[in-house]
Design a protein around this ligand. Structure first.
Ligand SMILES: Cc1cc2nc3c(=O)[nH]c(=O)nc-3n(C[C@H](O)[C@H](O)[C@H](O)COP(=O)(O)OP(=O)(O)OC[C@H]3O[C@@H](n4cnc5c(N)ncnc54)[C@H](O)[C@@H]3O)c2cc1C
Length: 413
């Protein structure tokens, strides 16, 4: 995509970061008649959008409940999503020519291609004559009453009357969001809630993971922190050479990641119910029936779990005189509540989201402006606002971007 690229100074508004939130912020501000520039440290805008939803881009959710977000400022999330919710997101994209379909509650482009989402955004950016300055890594913003100036790592500068910080979090840094934009917020006087990788596979040193690597089962996962249950989720669990992944594990990983990174000495565990559709009593009775029927140890869970599980639990069956009822109850307890001590996470390269970021309590909930620095606005994942999987985080990016763009336009008019 060829962008307009002018460095005329000053712009009304400069957006730092051309991801989901920065693109929508620039579109919203330019639609209000402002001169707008986007600077981005990457050679291309919106690279992360292309990998969202496994390349399909789960761009929204029919049940966009603000109560499901984590943030230091729940009022900000509620205010933004009340003004720009799923209806507005769908209408925004349909206005750009993108047809949207739902899959359950989740919304996707009808093309099933994330590239279509980026394409319509970039086309609008071009139509609106937004200046795009790629390869510009903003390292400082010096503010003055008339216009502020951002400097890039290579010495270039850009002037604007207002800046919107939309530099994202720290997940998938190879796609642009490396956390460098946090420094701009910090110098403006903002507090950072320690960013930690979220929605991330977990490191577990347990023979089960090694032996079962590659096995995927439907399970109930619970996160336990210092002996207290903190989160639970039903979904896939994937055993890997390094530990645990799969949707259920990703969904409970945030509490564990926060505890391990911020709590330092916290004891974190994942507890798996590997047969969530069977009660412990029913499972125990079934295993007792099999033991009494002379089933071999390695065949005991055949038909209930993948074959490799049989060989994994065979070692748990005690020798000596057979005690089917007692053995069955003990095995059922393991299969319904297998505990895994978590050593860490797979880190930023595999985390879908960032938990933490610029303290959202320091942001005006109506205008998304800084309470610390006049002329500074925020949008997207750079803020300490994080939703669950399912289109919530992109919804936040589109909504906060649009409202920050409009508010900045209103104040530079
Ligand atoms: C694998 C994966 C799959 C995902 N799937 C989904 C999904 O299906 N649905 C969903 O809702 N969410 C999904 N997400 C989350 C979603 O992609 C993000 O929440 C969203 O992209 C955040 O948008 P953003 O604009 O705030 O940040 P980003 O999209 O990260 O954009 C930030 C931009 O700022 C630029 N930048 C950073 N620092 C600077 C600087 N100092 N100077 C200049 N430019 C800078 C970066 O280069 C980047 O282009 C997924 C995330 C990942 C990693």
């Amino acid at each position: 995509m060829q962008y307009a690229c002018r460095m005329r100074a000053p712009f009304d508004i400069a957006v730092v970061g051309g991801g989901a939130s920065g693109l929508t912020a620039a579109i919203a501000a330019s639609r209000e008649g402002r001169s707008v520039a986007i600077v981005d440290r990457m050679p291309r805008l919106g690279k992360k959008i292309l990998i969202t939803g496994g390349g399909r881009c789960n761009l929204g959710n029919e049940r966009l409940d603000p109560g499901l977000f984590h943030s230091t400022n729940p009022g900000l999330v509620a205010s933004v999503l009340a003004r720009f919710g799923t209806r507005e997101i769908v209408s925004f994209f349909e206005g750009l020519g993108l047809r949207i379909v739902s899959d359950g509650d989740r919304l996707y482009p009808a093309t099933n291609q994330a590239a279509s989402v980026l394409k319509v955004l970039e086309m609008e950016v071009r139509r609106r004559r937004v200046s795009v300055i790629p390869g510009f890594e903003a390292v400082s913003i010096i503010r003055s009453a008339e216009a502020s100036r951002a400097a890039a790592s290579d010495g270039r500068t850009i002037e604007a009357r207002a800046f919107i910080l939309a530099g994202g979090g720290r997940s998938y840094p190879a796609l642009g969001s490396d956390g460098s934009a946090y420094a701009l917020a910090r110098t403006a006087g903002h507090r950072l809630i320690e960013p930690v990788p979220s929605c991330v596979p977990l490191l577990v040193r347990d023979p089960w993971c090694h032996f079962l690597q590659g096995q995927r089962v439907r399970a109930q996962a619970e996160a336990w922190i210092d002996g207290q249950r903190a989160a639970e989720a039903l979904g896939d669990v994937l055993f890997t050479a390094y530990g645990l992944s799969g949707t259920a594990v990703l969904d409970v990983s945030t509490d564990i990641s926060i505890a391990l990174h911020r709590g330092k000495k916290a004891r974190a565990e994942v507890v798996l119910d590997l047969l969530p559709d069977m009660s412990a009593e029913a499972l125990s009775a079934e295993l007792a029936r099999r033991l009494e029927g002379g089933w071999g140890a390695a065949d005991l869970v055949s038909g209930l779990l993948p074959e490799k599980f049989g060989r994994t639990i065979a070692g748990l069956i005690p020798g000596g005189p057979p005690r089917p009822a007692r053995t069955a109850a003990a095995l059922a307890a393991v299969l319904k509540g297998k505990r895994f001590a978590v050593q860490g996470t797979r880190g930023w390269n595999e985390a879908e989201f960032t938990s933490g970021g610029v303290d959202a309590g320091e942001i005006d909930r109506e205008r998304l402006s800084s309470k610390k620095a006049p002329g500074l606005y925020f949008a997207g994942e750079i803020l300490d606002v994080q939703g669950p999987r399912g289109g919530f985080n992109l919804s936040w990016a589109w909504a906060s971007g649009t409202l920050a763009g409009r508010a900045a336009a209103g104040e530079t008019g």
